[in-house]
Write a protein of this length. Structure first.
Length: 218
């Protein structure tokens, strides 16, 4: 019985992946709005009902490919080595992803990534979902920060800190993506991307006073 259930779950996961991959290939080739769910179902050799069983909204077919990163920052904080601060763990993780040209940093000149990113930015409904995912990342990170600090449920600090970290990472991703769309290679933009990341995490560590925004002269 356990083996049958295991096989059933594996088949469900395989079907889900097949539908999502077929849909993404069609979206990238023809555009998100130009592909219907019925066409996706036909290409994936499943019924339209099956598609909606796995993906209740058409946008879910796209978000499936990036939703695994929702808890990533929180996982890094919870899994950090002893003696390493949450912020240093996040900084090290982001720099490591830059070095590996991870598309989630925006520092990737891979054509498939650029096409995927362009599709997200060009479609209002997808852009809304991306914004919601950033918010979910922030909430998850705030919980991890609260655990690390031993903060109570009414303490605003974990939420503010998470907001700043996710905002900084979002700015870094956007800057790197802009470089890619401007025609730079990931190799050429790497040094500037690292410098930006170091500055951003330094600001997070030192606060706004370090960049003059807390100075009354402004």
């Amino acid at each position: 019985m356990t083996e049958r259930l295991g096989l059933r779950e594996r088949k469900k996961l395989q079907t889900r992946e097949t539908i999502a991959n077929v849909a993404l290939a069609m979206f990238l080739q023809r555009g998100f709005d130009s592909v219907s769910v019925a066409e996706i179902a036909d290409a994936a050799d499943v019924s339209k009902v099956t598609v909606f069983n796995y993906f209740p909204a058409k946008e879910d077919l796209v978000m499936h490919h990036i939703e695994d990163h929702t808890d990533e920052a929180a996982v890094i904080v919870r899994g950090r080595a002893e003696g390493v601060s949450p912020l240093d763990a996040l900084r090290g993780h982001f720099l490591a992803r830059l070095e590996s040209r991870d598309p989630t940093t925006g520092l990737s000149d891979d054509e498939s990534f650029l096409a995927f990113h362009r599709m997200l930015m060009d479609n209002p409904s997808l852009l809304l979902r991306v914004g919601r995912q950033w918010m979910n990342q922030e909430s998850a990170l705030a919980e991890a920060f609260a655990e690390a600090m031993g903060a109570g449920p009414d303490d605003i600090v974990p939420q503010v800190a998470a907001n700043q970290v996710i905002g900084a990472q979002q700015a870094l991703v956007n800057r790197n993506s802009q470089r890619m769309f401007a025609g730079q290679t990931a190799k050429k933009a790497y040094r500037a991307a690292v410098e930006d990341a170091e500055r951003a995490f330094s600001m997070l560590a030192n606060g706004l006073a370090g960049c003059g925004l807390a100075d009354a002269r402004g």
